[in-house]
Design a protein around this ligand. Structure first.
Ligand SMILES: Nc1ncnc2c1ncn2[C@@H]1O[C@H](COP(=O)(O)OP(=O)(O)OP(=O)(O)O)[C@@H](O)[C@H]1O
Ligand SMILES: [Mg+2]
Length: 664
C-alpha cells in the first residue's frame, strides 16, 4: 500500500488500519470502517495540503473502490449488502403489529434537522472554496457516491447515520460526519446522493410498505436508508445503474412514475428475459420488494399476453368481467377468421378476452335495452365452461353427423352454405334426461367458434319474474352483436309449453317474445344466430315453436358401444384394473343406462377402493396404498346405481321421434 508520508497522518493509525484491512480476521463491517477511516484521512490530508492532489486522488480511488466492493457485495461473508433484508423483515413484522404505523420522519423532516442544516451549510461553503469542476476530486466523486457509513448495531438501539451533504471529498473534515441521533432497528450504509441534487422534488422517500410500488432499481446497496425512524422509509441513490438512477430521479417527485417508466420496465424485462441483470447493476441481488415487483410485472405481462385460447378459458363476455361501466367498453362482434384450432374446430372468440377499445362506444342494437339486462346476459348467460370435443360425446353418431353438417360447417363456411344450403336457425335436441343434450350444445359452440349463450328456460320464467320477455329481447340483441352465436335454451319446454287456460300472463309474454325473436333470426338470412333447444319433454312444446325449431334430433340412450366408450373414457383417467371381458360385462349389465347414469356408475365404482381401506386411517393413507378400481367395485356400484329412464318414458320419446323427429 502506498502510504503518504505526511506529518498529519499518524503512521501507527494508518498501519493499524492497514493491518485490520489485510488481516482476514476482521468482519466486513470492520473492514468497511477501516477503509472509510482511510478515506477520511486522505481527505483530511489533502484538504490540509499535506498530500498532493494526484496522490490523494489515487489513494482515494483505491480505497473508495475497496469500500464500495464491501458495502455493495451481497456475499454474506465478505459483503455488507445484506442489511436491507433484515431491515425489510423487521419492518414487515412491525407493520403487522400496526398496519396504521407510519414513519414520523420524512425526508423533509430530516432536512429540517439542525445537524443536517449545519452540514449542508458547511458543504456549500466548502464547495465554493474548492476545485473547479474538472478537478480530480470530482472524478473521485463519480467513482464513489457513498461515504457515510455506520457500523451495524443491535436492534432498536440509538445509533448514528451520517448524511453527508456533499461527497466527502468536498467536505471539511470537521463536518464530514454530522450525526442524527435516531432510533432504528438496524442500519444501512448510507448513501450520499448529493443533497443539493436532491431537493424534495427529486428526493423520494417511499413508505417501505405503503402503496408506492417498488422499482426494480433497488439493488440492495442502493436501497439506502434515511431510515432514521424505523426503517419505514428509504430512498434510492441509484448508485448502481446510472440509467436506472436517471429514470428514477427524472420521474420527478413521485418515484412511482419511474416505476411505470417504460424504458425502465423494459430494461427490467430484458434483464429478466436474459436471465441476468444489467451489467451496470452492482450485483444480481434483488431485494424482496424488488423481486415482488418483478413477479407482479411478470404476472401482469403474462395475463396480458396470454389470450384465452379456449372456448371456455374465460368468460366470453363483452367485457362483463372487466371493471367498467355498463356500455363503457362494449366490444363489437369481431370476425374470427383466424381462430380455428388445430382440430379443425373453432375456439371461441379468444380476442374478446383481451380488453380492447371498442370501435363504437355502444352498439346501436343495444341502445334501447336496459344496461342491467345486458350486463346480466354477459355475466350469467354467456357460457364459459371447458371446451367440448365431438369425441367427448359417446354414441349419438347420427345426431353428431347431422349437427356437423347443418350447423358447424355452415358456421365455418358461410360462403358455401348459402341459399338452400343455409343452416337452420332452430334445432331441438330431445331425448331422455342425461343423454348428452347439453353436452352437444356446448360442443356445437366449441367447434363452430360461436359465442355460446346458455340459458335455462326455467330461469327466464322464474328468475326474472316480470322481466322475462325483456331478457329474451336483450339476449337476442346481444347475440346479434356477437355473431355467430348459439343460443342454447335448456328445458325449452318450460318456455314454449303449449298455451293453455291456466297459463300465467308473464310466461305467455315471454313465449310470444321468444317466438318473435326466433322468427326474426329465422327470416334474416344474414344473421348467424342458431337457437338450440333441449328438452326431455318434447311433447309439451307448443306447435308454433316446434315448427320454428326445424331440425328436431333425437338423442337416445347410449348404445352398448357408446356405454363402453363412456366407461373407457372415464377409466382412462383413473388407476384401474379391468379386462376387456369385464368391461363388456359392465356394458351388458348397464343396459338402459343414460350417459349420466354411466358416469354415476363409474364414480360410484371409483369409491370402492377407498371403502376397502377400512383399517387404514384415510387422513394418513398415501395414494399408492389405494388399490386400482376393479370389477368388484362395479358389481357393488350396480347395487346402488339404477337407470334413471323408465321404459315407459322411452316409449314416449320413440313415438315422438317417429312423429316429429328428423332422425332416420
Ligand atoms: N353421450 C355421452 N357421452 C359422454 N358422456 C355423456 C353422454 N351423455 C351424458 N353424458 C354424461 O352425463 C352428463 C350429463 O349430460 P347432459 O347434461 O348433456 O345431459 P342432458 O341430456 O342435457 O340431460 P337433461 O335432459 O337432464 O338436461 C354429462 O356431463 C356427461 O358426463
Ligand atoms: Mg341438459
Amino acid at each position: 500500500m502506498q502510504t503518504p508520508s505526511t506529518r498529519s497522518l499518524h503512521l501507527s493509525e494508518w498501519q493499524k488500519n492497514y493491518f485490520d484491512i489485510t488481516s482476514g480476521t476482521c468482519t466486513p463491517s470492520q473492514k468497511a470502517d477501516a477503509y472509510r477511516a482511510q478515506i477520511l484521512r486522505i481527505q483530511y490530508a489533502w484538504a490540509n495540503s499535506e498530500v498532493s492532489q494526484d496522490c490523494a486522488t489515487k489513494l482515494f480511488r483505491k480505497y473508495a473502490d475497496k469500500y464500495s466492493a464491501i458495502i455493495d457485495s451481497d456475499n454474506v461473508e465478505t459483503g455488507l449488502n445484506n442489511y436491507a433484508e433484515n431491515i425489510l423483515t423487521m419492518a414487515k413484522c412491525q407493520q403487522t403489529d400496526s398496519s396504521q404505523w407510519q414513519s414520523g420522519l420524512t425526508i423533509n423532516n430530516v432536512f429540517k434537522l439542525n445537524s443536517v442544516q449545519e452540514m449542508m451549510q458547511a458543504g456549500r461553503k466548502f464547495k465554493d472554496s474548492l476545485l473547479a469542476p474538472a478537478d480530480a476530486s470530482l472524478e473521485i466523486h463519480k467513482g464513489v457516491d457513498t461515504f457515510g457509513f455506520s457500523k451495524p448495531k443491535s436492534n432498536c438501539t440509538e445509533q448514528t447515520i451520517s448524511i453527508p451533504e456533499k461527497p466527502m471529498s468536498l467536505i471539511q473534515p470537521q463536518n464530514s460526519q454530522l450525526s442524527i441521533m435516531t432510533k432504528t432497528t438496524g442500519d444501512f450504509p448510507t448513501s450520499s446522493v448529493p443533497l443539493d441534487e436532491l431537493p424534495s422534488a427529486k428526493f423520494h422517500v417511499a413508505p417501505l410498505f405503503g402503496n408506492v410500488k417498488m422499482t426494480g432499481d433497488t439493488t440492495k446497496a442502493n436501497t439506502v436508508a434515511l431510515n432514521v425512524s424505523s426503517n419505514q422509509s428509504f430512498f434510492h441513490s441509484g448508485h448502481g445503474n446510472p440509467r436506472k438512477k436517471k429514470a428514477f430521479y427524472d420521474s420527478g417527485s413521485n418515484g412511482t412514475e419511474a416505476l411505470s417508466d417504460p424504458t425502465l420496465n423494459k430494461t427490467l424485462d430484458n434483464a429478466e428475459a436474459s436471465g441476468h441483470r444489467d451489467e451496470n447493476s452492482l450485483s444480481s441481488f434483488k431485494t424482496a420488494k424488488e423481486q415482488l415487483w418483478i413477479d407482479q410485472q411478470k404476472k401482469n405481462h403474462q395475463s396480458q399476453r396470454a389470450p384465452s385460447l379456449s372456448y371456455g378459458g374465460v368468460k366470453k363476455s363483452l367485457g362483463a368481467g372487466r371493471s367498467r361501466g355498463i356500455f363503457g367498453k362494449f366490444v363489437p362482434p369481431l370476425a374470427k377468421q383466424d381462430s380455428r384450432d388445430e382440430k379443425g374446430g373453432m375456439q371461441c372468440k379468444p380476442q374478446r378476452a383481451v380488453p380492447t377499445e371498442p370501435a363504437h362506444p355502444v352498439d346501436e342494437r343495444l341502445k334501447n335495452l336496459e344496461p342491467r339486462m345486458i350486463e346480466l346476459i354477459m355475466n350469467e348467460i354467456m357460457d364459459h365452461g371447458p371446451p367440448v370435443n365431438w369425441e367427448d360425446i359417446a354414441g349419438v353418431e347420427f345426431a353428431k353427423t347431422t349437427i356437423k353438417e347443418i350447423v358447424v360447417w355452415p358456421m365455418l363456411r358461410p360462403d358455401i352454405f348459402t341459399g338452400l344450403r343455409g343452416p337452420p336457425k332452430g334445432i331441438l335436441l330431445f331425448g331422455p334426461p342425461g343423454t348428452g343434450k347439453t353436452l352437444i350444445g356446448k360442443c356445437i359452440a366449441s367447434q363452430s367458434g360461436a359465442t355460446f349463450f346458455s340459458i335455462s328456460a326455467s330461469s327466464l320464467t322464474s328468475k326474472w319474474v316480470g322481466e322475462g320477455e325483456k331478457m329474451v329481447r336483450a339476449l337476442f340483441a346481444v347475440a346479434r352483436c356477437q355473431q355467430p352465436a348459439v343460443i342454447f335454451i335448456d328445458e325449452i319446454d318450460s318456455l314454449l309449453s303449449q298455451r293453455g287456460d291456466g297459463e300465467h300472463e308473464s310466461s305467455r309474454r315471454i313465449k310470444t317474445e321468444f317466438l318473435v325473436q326466433l322468427d326474426g333470426a329465422t327470416t334474416s338470412s344474414e344473421e348467424r344466430i342458431l337457437v338450440v333447444g333441449a328438452t326431455n319433454r318434447p311433447q309439451e312444446i307448443d306447435e308454433a315453436a316446434r315448427r320454428r325449431l326445424v331440425k328436431r334430433l333425437y338423442i337416445p340412450l347410449p348404445e352398448p358401444s357408446a356405454r363402453k366408450q363412456i366407461v373407457k373414457n372415464l377409466m382412462a383417467k383413473e388407476h384401474f384394473r379391468l379386462s376387456e371381458e369385464e368391461i363388456s360385462l359392465i356394458v351388458k349389465q348397464s343396459d338402459g343406462f343414460s350417459g349420466a347414469d354411466m358416469t354415476q356408475l363409474c364414480r360410484e365404482a371409483s369409491l370402492g377402493p377407498i371403502r376397502s381401506l377400512q383399517t387404514i386411517d384415510i387422513t394418513t393413507v398415501t395414494p399408492d396404498q389405494v388399490r386400482p378400481i376393479a370389477f368388484v367395485d362395479f358389481e357393488n356400484a350396480f347395487r346402488t346405481v339404477r337407470p334413471s329412464v323408465s321404459l315407459k318414458d322411452l316409449e314416449l320419446y320413440e313415438n315422438w321421434n317417429k312423429t316429429f323427429g328428423c332422425g332416420k
